[in-house]
Design a protein around this ligand. Sequence first.
Ligand SMILES: Cc1cc2nc3c(=O)[nH]c(=O)nc-3n(C[C@H](O)[C@H](O)[C@H](O)COP(=O)(O)OP(=O)(O)OC[C@H]3O[C@@H](n4cnc5c(N)ncnc54)[C@H](O)[C@@H]3O)c2cc1C
Length: 462
Amino acid sequence: MKSHIQTDYFVIGSGAVGMAFVDTLLDELPNADIVIIDRFAKAGGHWNSAYPFVTLHQPSAFYGVNSKELSQGRRDEIGLNKGLGDLATGPEILAYFDTVMRQRFLPSGRVRFFPLSDYKGEGVFEHRLTGQTTQVKAKKTVDCTHLNTTVPSTHTPNFDVAADVTFMPLNGLPHLSEAPKGFTIIGGGKTGIDAILWLLENHVPPQSIRWVKSRDAWLINRKHTQPFPEFFETTIGNQANMFEAIAGATSKSDMFDRLEACGYFLRLDTTVRPTMFHGATISEAELAELRRVKDVVRKGRVAKIDAETITFLNGRTEPSLGHVMVDCSATAITNDTIKPVFKDDVITPQTTRAYQPVFSAAMIAWVEANIEGEANKNSLTGVVPLPDDLDRFVRMTAANFMNQALWGQNKALRLWMREQRLDGFSKLVSQVDPDDTAKIDILNRMRAAAMPAMGKLQSFLS
Ligand SMILES: Cc1cc2nc3c(=O)[nH]c(=O)nc-3n(C[C@H](O)[C@H](O)[C@H](O)COP(=O)(O)OP(=O)(O)OC[C@H]3O[C@@H](n4cnc5c(N)ncnc54)[C@H](O)[C@@H]3O)c2cc1C
């Protein structure tokens, strides 16, 4: 028999985006009633299926939900992230979201959480263990499944693998019981990077690792993403460098050269021109480690793998070498279709700041609570396209600039952002002492280059 419940906000998905949205809504709309469902048993979304050695790639200091710190307030003292803000591990992130649910959301008396529940459409969800269905009547539905994050353990590769090949997502690596002949890592993104760093850290010689990548990526230097006062010059200074590089560029290609020359971008191999950008962040020490792996195969996309051969879509081949084949080919966020964030009684959180889905979700909740009218809400929450190829970088950066400029004109939003830990950087800028000439100089450089950079991006777009 179907049961019925009523609520103000029906949130589908308790991943980081759903959690960040609800956290802000609780503060901004003190009377709102909220129902959250998820097919997982615990909040935290894809982190429930992550590989055991996963960590954030950005500092914990600006990930999670606004109301609760995730960082331990430390700079790492050892390892490849030494000197930089701590990076939460997968288990830490899951424990964090569970705590937010149990110690903040549920005790508020305004949130009801239905785990192990599949959304079926039309306001109906079904419990995975009992089959019980529930009809939700809500003023608004918040679809936090839109980004469709995929991870290696749950995705299906888009190439064929013969049954006699040892093939596994990187989740399987810690469970190997016998040393294989070698490891072939399939995928050039962040997961591939994580797999290689983990193997090297665990004493696998670089000669036993082969890296198959269809595209090379521009990477962000993690040193430049640190939202801490002692990193002002590197972090905000890097923004100024970026603005100036774009403003001075004579072509799209020249822009990427300048972005690399000023330190904004890193790449694995300075002789190979990257053709993608996924927003992956890396430390200089991690990059040095990756460069120890010399066997990098760039033959395009894999079509099939059998015991003898890896065959690529373009017909080229590579011997399988009896290696364990490690699948790192899942793209984290797969849905790059763009919808209006606010449409009738549906809210679809998407990125309003480049590669910051959780800040964006919290900001969208603030807009929902504080701005009247669908058109006004949508004008503040223009969707920033997800990163992918180099043209997309231009569109993404232009949309990002545009949002920053618009938000700067809304005083209430500006003041709110300054106090939010997920924002990371507004506070850093707002706290600059007017007598600190070095920092003021950086801010002036940014201001001077902002409009020319925007104009340049527009010209590249047209
Ligand atoms: C390895 C890895 C590292 C990352 N590191 C960072 C980082 O450092 N910084 C950063 O900003 N981003 C990072 N990301 C990007 C990441 O995708 C986002 O940070 C964020 O976790 C995405 O959250 P989400 O809620 O959109 O997606 P998800 O975590 O996928 O949550 C969506 C939820 O919706 C539920 N759901 C979907 N369909 C249904 C349905 N029909 N019924 C019920 N429930 C449903 C799912 O079960 C899931 O719990 C990383 C991603 C990966 C894979």
